[in-house]
Design a protein around this ligand. Structure first.
Ligand SMILES: CC1=C(CCC(=O)O)c2cc3nc(cc4[nH]c(cc5[nH]c(cc1n2)c(C)c5CCC(=O)O)c(CCC(=O)O)c4C)C(CCC(=O)O)=C3C
Ligand SMILES: [Fe+2]
Length: 379
């Protein structure tokens, strides 16, 4: 059954304070399925993860990311080292700026006069500040493009919660909560996202030595998540894995018709006692080599840009593993600012502005992707 996107939590309520909202991210607001009222001042918000801009930002950033989520201190220190290798600067911020510039260009070329804003969950520009700015600019309604293409708490619902928090913090007397909002649906299977990933996979394959190109094993990667989070992803559970499989299938069908592929996981976090999706990409590479494979192409279809988890966990760690076990190695780029991907973003926006139902029917209905927050440690 198709589902409509909905306005988010009413202003003044925080999902973590109101138990009824903890399991209902639409706040009980009626779905808005008609075309946008004419004259309404609208905007597009690119809502992302955020990342540090220098050495001193790294620990405060990691504390923002993991607050209340039970990630061991040793894991934080290890991940901090990854950031310090790059001067404490995550590439994700420049990548988001480049994406926004590409979207602005695409909208202008299509004659769509809509301002584009940027806000993050874990680092400046924080979404709360962006929301206040949009309210001050007189924006009445905002379409939210989250920089994750898939279902799951981390990739979807948590972005809904970010929006709710930003609205709760926006206390304009004339427009409490600032603009109303609707999150654009998951886009893992939009033609442009698939095309961008397929072009990158084909290029990575072509970069391998000719002798192994024909037999290289194709390996899709995505961020591991706890099994418990995976079980409740999407309206019927399991949607994170199902959507990743669907995306990878389409990418491979386009780039290397008839080839098979594996879907494996990277960047596991959390204590070892908690089960996360497996196998890990490094274990998988070892198993492939042990089974006689000679070459591998990784394609991180689970991410939309070459951020730190891609350039560290794949280009350093996984590449090193491949060298260790004697596998020729190539890594495909993520969608980034590929024109076809940017076109698909523009089309998603146009579809919603025209009042169409979301193409996919997977935009976080009331009860999906819910993961109980961990109790906060006593002060
Ligand atoms: C599904 C998923 C995506 C894809 C969807 C999306 O894009 O939203 C994603 C993206 C990202 N994850 C990122 C960074 C981090 N993720 C962490 C921790 C975690 N990620 C999780 C899942 C995901 N993460 C989970 C279940 C945790 C455990 C804590 C928790 O339950 O929330 C930690 C803490 C340290 C660690 O343990 O790794 C860091 C630093 C960055 C920025 C990279 C950069 O700076 O370039 C990006 C884009
Ligand atoms: Fe993450």
């Amino acid at each position: 059954m198709p589902r409509a996107t909905v306005d988010i939590t009413p202003a003044g309520q925080r999902p973590d304070e109101d138990p009824s909202l903890a399991v209902r991210n639409n706040g009980g607001v009626e779905p808005s399925t008609g075309p946008a009222p004419s004259g309404r001042r609208e905007a597009l918000l690119v809502l992302s993860f955020g990342g540090p801009e220098g050495h001193d930002d790294v620990m405060p950033f990691l504390e923002n990311v993991t607050r209340g989520r039970g990630i061991p201190r040793e894991r934080l220190e290890e991940v901090a080292e990854h950031y310090h290798h790059f001067g404490g600067v995550s590439p994700i911020n420049d990548q988001n700026k480049a994406l926004i510039a590409a979207i602005e260009k695409e909208l202008a070329a299509a004659g769509i006069d809509l301002p584009v804003y940027w806000g993050n969950r874990n680092w400046a520009p924080y979404v709360e500040d962006t929301w206040a700015q949009m309210a001050a600019d007189g924006i009445e309604h905002v379409y939210v493009f989250a920089t994750s293409a898939y279902a799951s708490f981390s990739g979807c619902r948590q972005y809904h919660e970010d929006i709710a928090r930003a609205r709760a913090a926006t206390t304009s007397p004339t427009r409490p909560g600032g603009p109303t909002a609707e999150k654009l649906p998951h886009y893992f299977d939009t033609p442009g996202f698939v095309q961008a990933n397929a072009d990158a996979l084909a290029a990575a394959l072509a970069s391998l030595p000719e002798a192994v190109r024909g037999t290289a094993r194709l390996v899709a990667t995505a961020h591991s998540i706890p099994n418990a989070m995976s079980a409740v992803a999407g309206p019927d559970g399991g949607a994170y894995e199902a959507e990743l499989l669907a995306a990878a299938e389409r990418v491979v069908a386009e780039a290397a018709p008839g080839a098979t592929f594996d879907l494996v996981w990277q960047s596991r976090s959390g204590p070892p006692s908690v089960p996360w999706l497996e196998p890990d990409v490094n274990d998988h590479l070892r198993a492939l080599a042990a089974g006689g494979e000679t070459a591998v192409v990784l394609f991180p279809v689970g991410f939309i840009s070459d951020h730190l988890e891609v350039i560290w966990d794949l280009d350093n760690e996984a590449k090193e593993t491949a060298e260790e076990v004697g596998l020729a190695f190539a890594r495909a780029a993520t969608a980034g600012t590929h024109l076809a991907f940017v076109e698909s973003i523009r089309m998603l926006l146009q579809e919603r502005r025209a009042g169409g139902l979301p193409r996919l029917g997977t935009n976080c209905p009331a009860s999906c992707c819910f993961v109980a927050p961990r109790p906060r440690p006593a002060a």
